[in-house]
Design a binder for this molecule. Structure first.
Ligand code: PNS
Length: 169
């Protein structure tokens, strides 16, 4: 609920691993901008999850891929997402939903987050049909075997994927 005098800016947190950011993520982000005044793309710092790109690299790739948007910010967080959302004054958590296979995990996450903080709503947006089968992991796998991932990730990500995989990680 919005009370008199409260900040009218509607901020959403779009959390994820973004290892790396894909055009599917950017599609959700752009759709989210029609609902929110500001979106914070927040990368979870999770040392126990093996990632291809370091947090620093992921931040850079996200920043470069979103630089044309004034109301998109890139940040990192650790700990509970709802605590981070509260600290940022966010009203919502934004997540993308592709196929039914995403549903169970997303449902669990959203309900746990609601239990932890009832003031932060989870908002799911459907990706465009062209991104329905893309995911960071499938893109990494294709790129590792020299598959063409152009058009599925921003050009800078495609370049960095090639460099990284050529270096043998
Ligand atoms: O891109 P991902 O890996 O699907 O993103 C998962 C993410 C970062 C949204 C989720 O793991 C998360 O929010 N982790 C932070 C810890 C937390 O608050 N977990 C949910 C309640 S236990």
């Amino acid at each position: 609920m919005l009370y008199k005098g409260e900040n009218l800016k509607r901020i959403a947190i779009y959390p994820g691993s973004f290892d790396p950011v894909t055009n599917g993520h950017l599609d959700i982000m752009e759709r989210g901008l029609s609902l929110f005044d500001e979106i914070i793309m927040a990368i979870l710092i999770n040392p126990s999850k093996k990632s291809l790109f370091s947090v620093k690299e992921r931040v850079e790739l996200l920043e470069k891929s979103t630089e044309q948007f004034d109301n998109i910010h890139v940040d990192t967080f650790n700990g509970l997402l709802v605590d981070y959302a509260k600290q940022k004054g966010a009203v919502a958590i934004l997540r993308g939903m592709r196929a039914v296979s995403d549903f169970e995990y997303e449902f669990q996450l959203a309900l746990m987050n609601r239990r932890l903080n009832r003031d932060v709503q989870t908002v799911f947006l459907m990706t465009g049909m062209r991104w329905i089968f893309t995911s960071s992991s499938i893109i990494k796998e294709a790129a590792a075997f020299d598959g063409d991932v152009s058009g599925m990730v921003p050009p800078i990500v495609e370049k960095r994927l090639k460099e990284k995989l050529r270096m043998g990680n």
